[in-house]
Design a protein around this ligand. Structure first.
Ligand code: ADP
Length: 419
């Protein structure tokens, strides 16, 4: 065997890969490397190396499993596969040999003797294992394989379940979106028809006020449609990580006040008392005012939607350790069950049957698309902040209420999440 032999090294640690590649490369060997088992098996089948060096502790498939798999391929029945591992625990050598390895070398390698050891294996050296030892360790190896398989099946079942749930949420979402878009579309086509009819009566003078009313109806429909489309675009940006922040000084009291003013009419209609605490003392924070306004508006409008007429909403704020601001929005509404308190921040997640969906953004339990809190979370996290909810349970009769916290760092100087 000459030193131009091809050697494949399957190893997830890049420093070890580089070292072995250098040491054996300098001897004239052609060294191929793979970072995991699947890549290793693929390379082996493509390149037919004369020897394989196999790390044992690898993510997903371990070195023994890869060896067993390779030995099942006729070409690799006798190719030397040498375990190269930092694990020298008792029985680990025998286990590797029982799984099909030809030899067992430990890391860190001795740069001086390593090429010679490799050459020995290339020349046919096989480390011995008695029949008893082989049988005993083969059994352990088989048990380990079954256990790993069982864990993998369990993981796949959980993943499958989650995908099915996501699929259901997405189907519901499509129903909700079509519903949300159809309502303004009906409005638009109705007013467009009216306008057309009026303009057809060319010989009669059409009062400008009637045309203006139709045009207003049209534009209301367009505004509603635009809001739905914007919501979808925003959540898509957050999901793809392309939400850009225009950082600047942000005065939270002003944002809260502004948001409240835009919702005041609804609150009055629904006899909801909104009490805003003294926020003036909150420090100016660094952030994107427009995005933060969207997030706060979302939480506040949810407080309105999920609190029955005559209820109360409180907004207070405090500084935490001079590092962050905690904005707290509490309502006396229907509450959120503990098991859903994380999931409501996921996109598409809505609580309750979608059959009861209404397109109203302000009526009690008026429906949404299940995107609002996902958008709020995306915005807050892009600011290195955190959003969460506390609530005892969901109970539309006893109204336990919900308390949302929006925690935002005062400065964005550190890009690491602070909490
Ligand atoms: P939606 O558009 O359906 O309101 P969100 O993402 O804003 O979607 O909220 C997700 C779910 O969380 C809602 O379906 C609602 O059931 C629940 N939720 C949000 N805010 C509140 C609140 N203040 N009180 C009770 N339930 C709430």
């Amino acid at each position: 065997m000459d030193k131009s032999a091809t050697i494949l090294y399957i190893e997830d640690d890049s420093a070890s890969r580089r070292l072995v590649q250098r040491v054996l490369g300098s001897q004239g060997y052609h060294v191929l490397v793979a970072g995991d088992g699947l890549e290793g098996i693929m390379l082996a089948r493509e390149q037919y190396p004369q020897l394989i060096l196999m790390d044992i502790n690898l993510p997903s498939m371990d070195g023994r499993e890869i060896t067993t798999r390779l030995r099942s391929l006729p070409h690799f029945a006798t190719v030397p596969i040498v375990a190269l591992t930092a694990n020298s625990s008792p029985g680990s050598r025998e286990l590797a040999l029982a799984a099909g390895c030809t030899g067992y070398l430990t890391k860190p390698i001795d740069v001086g003797t390593f090429p010679e050891q490799v050459e020995d294996f290339l020349h046919g050296r096989v480390e011995p294992l008695t029949v008893d030892e082989r049988n005993q360790h083969l059994q352990v190896h088989a048990q380990n394989l079954v256990m790993r398989l069982e864990n993998k099946i369990q993981e796949l079942e959980v993943a499958n379940q989650q995908l099915r749930e996501l699929d259901r949420l997405k189907s519901d979402f499509i129903v909700l979106v079509s519903h949300e878009l159809r309502t303004p579309l009906t409005l638009i086509s109705g007013y467009a028809h009216l306008l057309n009819e009026r303009l057809k009566q060319a010989d009669e003078a059409v009062p400008a006020s009637l045309v203006a009313a139709d045009a207003q109806g049209l534009s209301q429909g367009v505004t509603r449609m635009r809001a739905v489309v914007n919501e979808i675009i925003r959540v898509a940006r957050i999901a793809s990580g392309t939400l850009d922040l225009a950082l600047g000084p942000v005065r939270l009291p002003e944002i809260v006040e502004d948001t409240y003013l835009s919702l005041r009419q609804v609150c009055q209609q629904r006899r909801l008392k909104v009490q805003i605490g003294d926020l003036k003392r909150l420090p100016v924070i660094e952030g994107d005012g427009t995005q933060l306004r969207t997030a706060i508006e979302q939480v506040l409008s949810n407080a309105i939607k999920y609190t029955p007429d005559g209820g109360s909403i409180f907004v207070v704020g405090r500084t935490v350790d001079n590092r962050a601001v905690d904005l707290i929005i509490r309502d006396t509404g229907i509450g959120i069950p503990p098991q859903d308190q994380r999931r409501i921040f996921e996109q598409f997640y809505v609580l309750g049957a979608i059959e009861h969906h209404s397109t109203s953004k302000s009526a009690f339990q008026g429906g949404g698309l299940g995107l609002g809190l996902a958008i709020a979370k995306g915005i807050i996290e892009a600011h290195n902040g955190r959003i969460w909810v506390e609530s005892e349970r969901r109970d539309p009769d006893r109204l336990p209420g919900s308390t949302f916290h929006i925690l935002l760092p005062i400065s964005q100087a550190s890009q690491e999440p602070t909490f």
